[in-house]
Design a protein around this ligand. Structure first.
Ligand code: WQD
Length: 332
């Protein structure tokens, strides 16, 4: 199939391009490179030895988006493009609502106009808010404690209402847990602009000596060792989950958790990283980060069953692959 990937030069988007090309699909990427690098497209082509059609454009601009559909036959869309920094969304809510929600409205409008029925949407476990884990798809969503999470709730709703108005659409909403790691080549990976917000890129930059030590945000949570527990999933497992979602997409709106179903604490991840890479990660316990919840992990059984997909790579592989990319990555 010819698949349009919005945000295809980003962290998860670029790994999904590799998985799609490997599965024999043709890939068209639309990216404004706000939080990604055009060199990533070259690296995807190097790893796969396949060509990508690339559009540098902003999909909040309907006419820029439409030019792609005028120039290419599109069989399906995977919509990643969006701002994704939780704390930034609190400081810049209007930018987040404008960018993330309008881009989803444009995707829904253009797919309706061009009769493109298959849409996979990149959502997030953030929508579950403070529910009790393991999170299950049919859980009532809690109001998000940040605008980023709200844009995901709104985008899910926009796509669901588009399907309610036209049931011939096939929409798969994928709720990611905590993607980490990198493609085994070490050529692409998580390369945030500025100081990392997320745990794993922070750890890899401490390991590299770029940052002095890790601050562990609180050790007084009701968890195994008091530190925050999350469901870390290898980004290539996540990428393969998108191929599975496309291959098993069905009429209506279907929501799936893409996680391992296992919770790992901050200190457990630090220990796994040290063991996997034979490095020391200095850290200090600091106060909790506002907005953090104690535990978040998936019940992935619906995706396992209906998408015939499950996460295969373990924590040590996630740590090894993340470290390989960091060591190779000259831009950091
Ligand atoms: C993980 C754990 C922190 C950094 C966020 C978004 C989510 C998704 C993934 C987009 C927590 C602790 C972290 C640090 C730490 N993004 N931590 N020191 O917050 O679970 O999820 O990123 O879709 O939407 O909310 O991920 O990696 O920031 O934190 O102790 O320097 O690590 O407290 O327990 P999070 P994270």
């Amino acid at each position: 199939m010819n698949i349009l990937i919005t945000g295809g030069a980003g962290y998860i988007g670029s790994h999904t391009c590799i998985a799609l090309l490997g599965a024999g699909h043709k890939v068209i990427v639309a990216d404004n490179f706000y939080n990604s690098a055009i060199e990533t497209i070259d690296k995807i082509q190097e790893v796969t030895n396949k060509k990508i059609i690339i559009y540098k454009n902003d999909i909040t601009n309907y006419f820029e988006l439409e030019s792609i559909f005028n120039e290419n036959p599109i069989d399906g869309v995977i919509h990643f493009a969006g701002y994704k920094a939780v704390d930034e969304s609190i400081k810049r809510p209007l930018d987040y609502y404008y960018n993330n929600v309008l881009s989803t409205i444009n995707i829904a409008k253009i797919c309706t106009k061009y009769n493109v029925k298959k849409i996979v949407f990149s959502s997030s476990a953030t929508v579950y808010g403070n529910n009790m884990p393991p999170f299950v798809e049919k859980m009532k969503l809690q109001p998000s404690i940040n605008p980023y999470g709200e844009t995901k709730v709104m985008s899910e709703r926009i796509l669901m209402d588009m399907v309610n108005a036209n049931f011939t659409f096939k929409v798969s909403i994928l709720r990611y847990f905590n993607p980490v790691g990198a493609h085994e080549s070490g050529l692409i990976g998580e390369n945030p602009n500025g100081k990392p917000n997320n745990l794993m890129p922070y750890i890899t930059q401490v390991a590299k000596g770029k940052l002095e030590k890790l601050r562990v945000f609180g050790n007084d949570y009701p968890t195994i060792d008091g530190t925050g527990v999350r469901d870390y999933i290898h980004v290539m497992d996540l990428a393969e989950g998108h191929v599975a979602a496309l291959n098993n997409i069905k009429q209506g709106t279907n929501i799936y958790n893409l996680g391992t179903g296992k919770g790992t604490s901050v200190l457990e991840l630090v220990n796994a990283f040290e063991e996997a890479n034979n490095v020391k990660i200095p850290y200090e316990i600091t106060s909790r980060r506002p907005g953090d919840i104690a535990q978040a992990y998936a019940d992935p059984s619906k995706a396992n069953k209906e998408l015939k997909w499950e996460a295969k790579r373990d924590l040590l592989s996630m740590c090894r692959d993340a470290w390989r990319f960091e060591k190779n990555n000259k831009t950091l």
